[in-house]
Design a protein around this ligand. Sequence first.
Ligand SMILES: Cc1cc2nc3c(=O)[nH]c(=O)nc-3n(C[C@H](O)[C@H](O)[C@H](O)COP(=O)(O)OP(=O)(O)OC[C@H]3O[C@@H](n4cnc5c(N)ncnc54)[C@H](O)[C@@H]3O)c2cc1C
Length: 321
Amino acid sequence: MDWFQQLGFLCFVFYTKTPYPEVSITLKQPNQFCFALNGKTRCITLHKNVNWPCVVKIVADIGKVQVKLIKKVLGLWPTFGTLTTTRNIQIDYWKCELLNSFDVTPNAKFLLFKYQQNLYNHVYPGRHIYIKANVNGQVVSRPYTPVWPLVETTEYGIISEDTLCLLVKSYPNGKLSRHLCSLNQGDLIEVSRPQGSFECWTSKTNLILLAAGTGITPMLPIIWNALHSSIKKYNITLLYFNKKETCIIWKKYLDQKSAAYSSRLTVHYILSEEENSMGDTKGHIDESVITKYFPTLNEESLNEHAVCVCGPPGFNKLCEK
Ligand SMILES: Cc1cc2nc3c(=O)[nH]c(=O)nc-3n(C[C@H](O)[C@H](O)[C@H](O)COP(=O)(O)OP(=O)(O)OC[C@H]3O[C@@H](n4cnc5c(N)ncnc54)[C@H](O)[C@@H]3O)c2cc1C
């Protein structure tokens, strides 16, 4: 571990030596800083107090983690403090309370949660967490993919680094999705540690993203990271399938982002239940759609592409075909 400081902040740098390290960071007291890397927790009693949230930068490929803590009072410290404990802990779920919820389509909501403790729980693009809640006396748990808007926006207030953001579609008979979409401010859920090992998209620079409905959720962090990568220049084509135009989640953000990165991000909206006023195809995923949007794609050129698919099981099967 390295550390350095300036008058206003101090930075810890960890070299985990494993790609995609699991990272969670807590500030238990204004001078009690704990970090869990790959399940191993260390706590530091800092020389003086710092503010929350921290700013975390991760170079996932090489496992480097940098944590910036803002000092409460300007000044140089003679030392960062003292390392107090090292132990292995296994926290399964953390409590979160709903901060706010916003309609994004007639049946999907954008939900903002705050961890009850000062916690930064890093979820890599393409990975997910489990949400657990008590629904009418029964404990229900389902996977969800944390997201954030693709563009800087104040539409949802200021979203800080430690906010957990979910896009959830409410199904008429769905146990947990209906529960989540009917939560009130301050209501509690439980959130698991990140799950999954999805990272294959980083090895290729041409990305084909096929998403249907809320299957857009894993694509949003992938798009954001791919466009903002300082290591590689990715070219992305997203085919986004929905029933109607009103079902398209965050169309305006996707349009803004593709306008800003017109040579690197192309988005096509494909609708199945109404005529397509956006000039794209009406229909479902099939070979003709793939041939239309990727005319030069063949078995050989496919090797140069990473293809990410997410939607209901029927959609995923058709994509594989
Ligand atoms: C890795 C992963 C990540 C996910 N991320 C998200 C996410 O970010 N946002 C999100 O909204 N969902 C996401 N899901 C789906 C989510 O986990 C739940 O399956 C969904 O919210 C429905 O749960 P439920 O308890 O409300 O429905 P259940 O009680 O499990 O099912 C009740 C009924 O709802 C309908 N239904 C449930 N799921 C679907 C579906 N996928 N397609 C069509 N009909 C369905 C069916 O009619 C079903 O019979 C993800 C799933 C996976 C596997």
